[in-house]
Design a protein around this ligand. Sequence first.
Ligand SMILES: [Zn+2]
Length: 179
Amino acid sequence: MTRAQAGERPSSPGASAGARDDEIVSARLVAWLDAVLAGRAPNAGRFCGNCYHPRQAEDGDCPHCGSSVAKAGTVDSVPLVIIEAHRRRRGREGLVVRSIAWIGLTIGVVLALVPLAFAGVTWWTLTAFFGLLIFFYIFSANVANSLGDAWGYRWGLAIFRRAWDQHLAARADGSAGDA
Ligand SMILES: [Zn+2]
């Protein structure tokens, strides 16, 4: 079913740079946003004035969106609304994966208790209890990492896309307060 879709892309977010063509901003900006959220980078540097792709000192066209420095300019920080949107995106991705893992484990514990509840403590109900626990532990971890990762990715991306579109609209009518 959805396993094929999940297998089409790397299972850990940001594992391979630029592998996802449905990303909204450049892979380098995504990696940089992750570094800012982790406290490994300050929100300062040189960025494309159009797409916020991190730029070096060069003044050629932006390697991501193609805008020239003369036309789009550069900014020395990424708007906070974009960083905040990325934080919400990553938060949602993690929430979906963790929720699926916990739901699967909870179902497993409940099912594993059924034989014990109805047939009492015997060698086979104890075997079934631990067998079901181990099965659901592995099962829910797998579903969380495949299906949960795919759902979280799409949900998180939708959150980011909404904020990005709002920011572009605000920037276009001059109410964004940056760039
Ligand atoms: Zn650009």
